[in-house]
Design a protein around this ligand. Structure first.
Ligand SMILES: *Cc1c(COP(=O)(O)O)cnc(C)c1O
Length: 374
């Protein structure tokens, strides 16, 4: 039970179990050949789990690379003394390249202009720059079109002060459309083979996100790039990998009152009691990133029993009709995680809210303190 110096005066917090993070990392490793390297994506504050503690634990467990969305996320890691190689997965502007050198971050390159600017800067600083080239094989996001990739890579290869350490692509469909992913893998294989024929051998070839890693063995190449599974969340139903959810979301009963039958609860009285009932109030709301469209829907656990949120979710509070159950004041409530024999998964909340588990965990706001268990 975290105390005030950990979570402050509002008893709502997320528990991040770093041993379970480790377990998932080992599960992923056991799906790979021994030589396949692993880049874990820790963008968006490690999917809401906390960039620094998560990255430090992964570094201690031997992760090969960390993936961030922006230079700023990379700088935060370096300032926290994380020494693991860091790939900035998003594109960057030419005017921002100095920080890559200062903080030893590896950029993603999709065009010749950026590669040239990097090479010039690197020459001036007498520090060769490693880079990864992103190829679009069908995601339609950043990346050089696969038809133009052979030419671009060959041209960048000739630049004196950059080293092509990696080449990668991304799957839009790895959780469903098997055929399209298989087609992308083929395109990417052919590109790598054609480069090899030209004598261009790139050590880190990567494509697989979590779903790709599980569903397509031939997508592993020399490195994989999982995020979601490392946090113990499944990219699809019935996936074959055994994982432990790393994050639990908890709060406490802050107020209890008995109301008569026919009482309207919360904004718009979208819930009206059908009998005399006990209504408890919990100090969490959409201002914490708990989805408001779980109003009258979101499940939670009190005293080892399942209840649902009653009425509209407010910014800072939610109410629950617990019927004739009598919880204690300050009793622990679980919104994501286990209590007794019951469990609520982020995947379940995502389904109910009409979104994906990624958005549930990334959305949890900075107002919720993260408490680390290890
Ligand atoms: C976020 C991200 C991943 C990880 O995806 P998951 O589905 O979380 O495994 C992999 N590659 C890129 C380029 C990403 O942006």
């Amino acid at each position: 039970m975290p105390d005030k110096d950990k979570i402050g005066h509002r008893p709502t917090w997320a528990e991040i179990n770093l041993n379970d993070l480790d377990y998932n990392f080992r599960q992923v490793k056991s799906h790979l050949s021994r030589l396949t390297k692993v880049l874990v994506t820790v963008k968006a504050d490690a999917y809401g789990h906390g960039l620094i503690p998560v990255s430090k634990r992964l570094a201690a467990s031997g992760v090969d690379y960390l993936g961030v969305a922006s230079i700023d996320e990379g700088i935060k890691l370096r300032k926290a003394q994380v020494k693991t190689p860091i790939l900035v997965l998003g594109v960057i502007l030419k005017q921002d390249i100095q920080s890559l050198f200062t903080f030893k971050l590896t950029p993603t390159v999709c065009d010749y202009e950026l590669a040239l600017a990097l090479s010039r800067k690197a020459a001036g600083l007498k520090k060769p720059m490693r880079l990864h080239i992103k190829v679009d094989t069908g995601m339609g996001r950043i990346g050089v079109a696969h038809q133009d990739a052979l030419e671009l890579v060959s041209k960048i290869y000739k630049l004196k002060s950059v080293v092509i350490e990696g080449i990668f692509t991304h799957f839009p469909f790895a959780d469903s459309g098997r055929k399209f992913t298989t087609f992308q893998i083929k395109l990417f294989y052919k590109l790598v083979a054609d480069l090899r024929k030209r004598g261009i051998i790139i050590p880190l070839v990567h494509a697989a996100n979590s779903a790709g890693l599980i569903n397509h063995r031939d997508s592993h190449f020399t490195m994989v790039r999982p995020g979601l599974v490392i946090y113990g969340l499944h990219p699809q139903k019935g996936s074959r990998i055994k994982l432990k959810p790393v994050l639990s979301l908890k709060t406490r009963v802050i107020f209890i009152k008995q109301v008569p039958s026919g009482s309207g609860i919360s904004y718009g009285h979208a819930y009206i009691t059908k009998r005399p009932a006990c209504i408890v109030t919990l100090p969490i709301g959409y201002g914490d990133g708990y989805p408001r469209n779980l109003s009258n829907l979101g499940p939670l656990l009190i005293g080892g029993k399942r209840f649902n949120i009653s009425g509209r979710i407010c910014m800072d509070q939610i109410m629950v009709d617990v019927g004739d159950f009598k919880p204690r004041l300050a009793a622990e409530v679980v919104l994501i995680g286990k209590q007794g024999k019951q469990r609520i998964l982020a995947e379940e909340l995502a389904d109910l809210a009409g979104t994906i588990p990624y958005e549930i965990v990334c959305g949890l706001g900075s107002r919720i303190p993260r408490v680390y268990l290890s």
